[in-house]
Design a protein around this ligand. Structure first.
Ligand SMILES: *Cc1c(COP(=O)(O)O)cnc(C)c1O
Length: 231
């Protein structure tokens, strides 16, 4: 059985306390870290809970699943963000379903998304996903390719590049995630200087490593398990 709204609220308080504590340790303003609840594989109620709790957005990793949930969930006003790998042939639908795409990881996808947004007469907010932990099991452009992709994103009038996203490799060693997050932060700082744009959003940190991500400068943690239980 899916958790109740009260159970969700209890989990939410725990997650918020972790965010505040990590901000305190890092000397950061807690308002500088957003929480993106990840509702993938959970029923539409998950998105309804998020809206009821007054949070602004949810993350989903599949286009069709998000679309079905939007139709089923009785909640308007939520923003939906794509955090999973996107194939170019689904980019057009993704541009219609999501208010931001965090998983832009290649030139071809970037081009198709830019055209899809242009056809809609809209500007689509995006993040460039970087494989900042050089993990063969993860999507995302390689650190060395990021500069070219970021430049292309900044040149596309129908796209708005908000910043960067990464997923740390699975590891028992906390230093692996710490290094990954530091890599993304350093890349962002370099790119911001190189291109003269802020690239404000650093989407990094999940249930298991959000504390380390916040210490490294995350501005958005994407949290599923700690809010909704195991998938
Ligand atoms: C599933 C997922 C999350 C949430 O992971 P949890 O460990 O359940 O918090 C975050 N980011 C991405 C890209 C995901 O696919």
């Amino acid at each position: 059985m899916f958790l109740t709204f009260e159970e969700f609220q209890t989990n939410l308080v725990h997650v918020q306390k972790r965010i505040w504590e990590a901000c305190r340790v890092a000397g950061r303003d807690p308002d500088s870290v957003g929480l993106l609840p990840v509702t993938k594989t959970h029923p539409p109620e998950a998105a309804e809970y998020v809206a009821r709790a007054g949070l602004p957005a949810v993350g989903e990793n599949r286009v069709q699943e998000a679309r079905d949930k939007q139709a089923a969930a009785g909640c308007t006003g939520l923003r939906w963000e794509l955090i999973g790998h996107l194939q170019s042939n689904k980019a057009k639908l993704a541009a219609a379903v999501f208010q931001r795409v965090q998983s832009v990881d290649g030139a071809k996808l970037l081009g198709v998304l830019a055209r899809a947004a242009e056809e809609r007469g809209a500007v689509l907010p995006i993040l460039v996903q970087v494989n900042a932990g050089a993990d063969p099991a993860k999507f995302g452009c390689e650190l060395q390719e990021a500069s070219g992709l970021i430049e292309s994103a900044l040149r596309a009038p129908s796209l708005r590049l908000d910043g960067l996203m990464t997923i740390a490799p699975l590891s028992d060693d906390p230093a692996v995630a710490e290094r990954t997050f530091a890599n993304l932060r350093e890349l962002r700082d370099r790119m911001a200087t190189q291109f003269g744009v802020p690239l404000t959003e650093l989407s990094m940190g999940m249930s298991g490593d959000l504390d380390a991500a916040i210490r490294a400068g995350s501005t958005q943690v994407r949290v599923g398990t700690a809010l909704f239980g195991r998938r």
